[in-house]
Design a protein around this ligand. Sequence first.
Ligand code: SN0
Length: 321
Amino acid sequence: MKNFTAVSDVSDVKALVKRALEIKQEGPGSTIGQHKTLVLLFFNPSLRTRLSTEKAGRNLGMQVITMNAGEGWKLEFEEGAVMNGDSAEHVKEAAGVISRYADIIGVRSFPAFQNREEDYSEKVLRQFMRYASVPVVNLESATLHPLQSLTDLITIEEYKTTARPKVVLSWAPHPRILPQAVANSFVEWMKVSDVELVVTHPEGYELAPPFAEGVRVEYDQAKAFEGADFVYAKNWSPYYRYGEILSQDPEWTISARQMSRTNNAKFMHCLPVRRNVVVEDSVLDHPDSIILQQAGNREVAAQAVLERLLLEAATPRRGGC
Ligand code: SN0
């Protein structure tokens, strides 16, 4: 694993999940990251990703530096740009410089929702990967959130009671336009796992073709929930009518009534969650809700990823000034 940006970067997903669960048993105390530095760049706000990745780095003995990149000067990402506007530094220099201080770089960058092709080209993440000379970790990009999905898989592995659980990803209403990243990644990771995946959403909320391919979609939420072992709620905005809100139908709010159709399903959400819009209090506060256990697993997921990158990096220190 040279970078961690998508499920395709991981050669053995099962082994990574197993390692994360081992780390959970072992507890902190590794020194494999000693004298190594993790730099985390946040172009957008974060609570779980920031704290869990920082903690994971420290658990490995790393030095951790976190920067609110959105507060600094604006970076330029266009090739050949004439920089006479408000961007003060090109990503070529920024990524090159950070690579002199960091052994691993984490980048969080949400979509701009101005242009679907541009968001799906993952310009910010790709440019960092191109110009950094150290591994890059995706801390949620325009279209993917692999650290969350690895966490989700670890959590399902921990809580499943059958070899091949039925996992339902349900769209739910939200007042804002949210990224497709969590849903895209979730589907991508579930496809390579031993689960029966069903995605349920109103018409118009179909995911982008590579993610939707081969996935069972059920437009009737009640039907989708029948016999489910896990219900994973998430709002995402439409891929086809990009940047619009097509539905805020409260019928799609995850309710105790809908949950009663499941096989006492565990309830999951990546958080942050809008109570009584995405999901009713009674579901979130029910003993079958495992949202906090899930969030707790962000730490071991990040630790397993950082450990893998540290082990695989041939880390000759960079020379020069
Ligand atoms: C982000 C998203 O991708 O949907 C982060 C999830 C891990 N969600 C939000 O930013 C929610 C913000 C809000 O206003 O509720």
